[in-house]
Design a protein around this ligand. Structure first.
Ligand SMILES: C[S@@+](CC[C@H](N)C(=O)[O-])C[C@H]1O[C@@H](n2cnc3c(N)ncnc32)[C@H](O)[C@@H]1O
Length: 357
């Protein structure tokens, strides 16, 4: 196939060559290095568990940054070639057997950093890939809750799909500070994003938070809740630009700024869309030329899923109304996890979520 080599060549980017040059086993090392540069969770770490660690480049990078006597333990389905002053296990992180093996390896101790860069076998179908990835993330979180000391840090890869918001909700329930970011070494076209959760709460954890059936069902429930705002039940709106398959949102959903501002489902869009685009319509051209449309806003529109509340406030031209609606969406998820019937509160959420345009 003529195009195949070209694609493969393109994938061998500068981080691939840098990794070779610096002796890292994979270009993924730079993702961890860039995450640590931003959040500094490794330099004082007293112990690190690296889940899904093969071939071991995150372990290599962590070993360079962490204090020399702090243990690093890597786990993967595949064997990891020895790395000086690190140990590793061959195991499946989704199993009880792995949990028991880690307990033995740590001799009853806890760690202050748990890393997770796992990727299940991909390539079946996009939807299965995304779901498998996020299930694996939840399994990693489960292990983190077993082995993290209070105040500890969990750094994980997450696939941006419909389940992303549910995972973020759970992270926020278990950690004091949760931030999503995409390091430069992560390919722009990849749906992966990294979430850094700091300040593990020393609290009793409701098992529902770690049960994929419960956590990922929040998304459907919430979807219905938002549909109630704009349309009759059973009739799903399809705003222009949505990639939707059987009601499940796909990656790279982009919507024009014009559709967002003038559309009837801005709240739903904020929660689901990955990016806003500036098309050639008169409205977009006019708005883009305004001095209030600062470069920061243009930048934020390019990747909505990495934005925090502050950026949403800055980027959201209609301000408080949409901010409130986001909060309502979170509230529906909170009530779901707490076992409260969201139906009872939907009417109120619907009224408050009307955009102020
Ligand atoms: C992207 S690689 C990790 C790269 C690693 N961070 C590094 O820097 O070398 C993803 C890894 O996840 C592992 N994996 C997938 N599912 C797993 C599971 N259930 N248990 C353990 N490892 C798993 C795969 O074997 C693969 O090695």
């Amino acid at each position: 196939m003529p195009g195949k080599n070209k694609v493969a060549k393109k994938r061998l980017d500068k981080f691939y060559y840098l990794a070779k040059e610096r002796g890292y086993r994979s270009r993924a090392a730079f993702k961890l290095l860039q995450l640590d540069k931003k959040f500094e969770f490794l330099c004082k770490s007293k112990g690190c568990l690296d889940l899904c660690a093969a071939p071991g480049s995150w372990m290599q990078a962590a070993r360079q940054i962490m204090p020399k006597d702090s243990p690093i333990i890597g786990v993967d389905l595949a064997p990891i070639k020895p790395i000086p002053k690190c140990s590793s296990l061959v195991d499946d992180i989704t199993t009880q057997k792995c949990r028991a093996a880690l307990k033995r390896e740590l001799k009853g101790n806890v760690v202050d950093v748990v890393l997770h860069d796992g990727a299940p076998n991909v390539g079946t179908s996009w939807l299965q890939d995304a779901f498998g990835q996020n299930e694996l993330t939840l399994a990693a979180l489960r292990l983190a809750t077993d082995f993290l000391q209070p105040g500890g840090c969990f750094v994980t890869k997450v696939f941006r799909s419909n389940d992303y918001n549910a995972l973020l909700y759970v992270f926020n329930a278990l950690f004091h500070k949760v931030e999503a970011t995409k390091p430069q070494a992560s390919r722009a076209e990849s749906a992966e994003i990294f979430v850094v959760c700091r300040g593990f709460k020393n609290a009793t954890i409701d098992p529902k938070f770690l049960d994929p059936k419960h956590v990922f069902s929040m998304v459907d429930e919430d979807d219905t809740a938002v549909n109630v705002l704009q349309q009759k039940k059973g009739k799903k709106a399809r705003p222009e630009g949505y990639d939707n398959l059987g009601g499940i949102q796909l990656l790279n959903t982009k919507v024009s700024v014009k559709d967002f501002v003038l559309g009837s489902t801005p709240v739903k869009m904020l929660g689901e869309v990955n990016a806003f685009t500036w098309d050639e319509s008169d409205e977009c051209v006019f708005w883009k030329a305004q001095k209030q449309t600062k470069p920061e806003i243009l930048h934020c529109c390019g990747d909505l899923k990495v934005l925090g509340k502050r950026e949403f406030r800055t980027a959201d031209s209609s301000g408080p109304a949409r901010g409130r609606a986001q909060a309502d969406r979170g509230a529906v998820q909170r009530r779901h996890l707490a076992g409260v019937d969201p139906d009872r509160t939907r009417g109120r959420a619907a009224r408050r979520a009307e955009p102020a345009l």
